[in-house]
Design a protein around this ligand. Structure first.
Ligand code: PBG
Length: 330
């Protein structure tokens, strides 16, 4: 061929894709087990782990199996665990009091895991009321049934204290109330927990992909969370949430969900000088597992591709239900 088309045949990008060793050498993004954080559910009052049907392979742990899962994650090189408590149904009420009970399931789980792994694995806790309220909302309701922002902040301040008293390293406020990061920071500082950090769910969209999580925490939510979580049509709003959370003292920021919002993740990662996390949520997990179960996609490749894409977009840390499995493969 003698003709030149543009820069071809001088330019041949395929040379750098010739074989696995070459592709490995030029790879710009490398996953490491320490990038990964395992979200885990612990259910009060069960003797056996309870499978979550919409998340094949994920369970509601007993106190015992949660401890084992934490050790396995640690041994695989995972750097943290994010705990979600599932109280007995009878303990749910309008104010979510089980969430601030020092002997509530989440506080018990924090102490259990801390006793097992100490400071080797970073212990994080979901700081939100939805797992504990009988109406399933992330906050307390006013007389009209709307989530009451400022009354909820008082509950969050109490939650921060009891979770920190139980020994958590990082709290993860996920309720999307205005002012939550600042109030939680103050509550921690005023109760002698200056060293407990805040991983803010800074960007959190009202997403259909949280579906399986509702089963995972036995949520009774009617309706949706659109008056407090973000509209998927918006991008600028995320930068506003980011500025507010940083001003209020967030140590780390998170974008959630991950895959449908990689554009937002990239913008956030570009803009900040704090660590950035992304949460690959329940529906993202379920999608891949369901397609793989049908033989429609290669499960292992799909998992690694999604994780790599999330890291490439700018995440330093990835919360994923595949954390332990993926860490072992890396
Ligand atoms: C709120 C919370 C949710 C998730 C994490 N924290 C549910 C929601 O906001 O509706 C979702 C996680 C997932 O879907 O994997 N406590």
């Amino acid at each position: 061929m003698s003709t030149t088309y543009g820069t071809f045949p001088g330019s041949r990008p395929r040379r750098l894709r010739t074989n696995p060793a070459m592709r490995r050498m030029v790879a710009e993004t490398r996953l490491h087990p320490a990038d990964l954080i395992l979200p885990a559910f612990v259910r009060e009052g069960v003797q056996e782990p309870v499978p979550i049907s919409a998340m094949p392979g994920v369970v509601q742990h007993t106190r015992d199996t949660l401890r084992k899962a934490a050790v396995e994650a640690l041994e695989a090189g995972v750097s943290g665990i994010m705990l979600f408590g599932v109280p007995e149904d009878a303990k749910k009420d309008a104010a979510g009091t089980a969430g601030t009970d020092p002997d509530g399931i989440l506080q018990v789980a924090i102490r259990d895991v801390k006793a097992e792994v100490g400071d080797e694995l970073i212990i994080m806790s979901d700081l939100c009321l939805d797992e504990f309220t009988d109406h399933g909302h992330c906050g307390v309701l006013d007389a009209s049934g709307r989530v009451d922002n400022d009354a909820t902040l008082e509950r969050y301040a109490e939650m921060a204290q009891v979770q920190a008293d139980a020994g958590v390293h990082v709290v993860g406020p996920s309720g999307m109330m205005d002012g939550q990061v600042g109030v939680i920071r103050d509550a921690l500082d005023q109760t002698g927990h200056e060293d407990v950090s805040v991983l803010a769910y800074t960007v959190k969209y009202a997403s259909a992909f949280y579906g399986p999580f509702r089963e995972a925490v036995g949520s009774s939510l009617q309706g949706d969370r659109k008056t407090y979580q973000q509209d998927s049509a918006n991008s600028r709003e995320s930068m506003r949430e980011l500025a507010l959370d940083l001003a209020e003292g967030a140590d780390m920021v998170m974008v959630k969900p991950a895959l449908p919002y990689l554009d937002i993740l990239a913008k956030v990662a570009e803009a900040v000088d704090v660590p950035v996390a992304a949460y690959q949520i329940s529906g993202e997990y379920a999608m891949v597992e369901a397609a793989a179960a049908n033989g429609w996609i290669d499960r292992d490749r799909a998992i690694m591709e999604t994780l790599t894409s999330i890291k490439r977009a700018g995440a330093n840390m990835i919360l994923t239900y595949w954390a332990t499995e993926a860490a072992r493969q890396l």
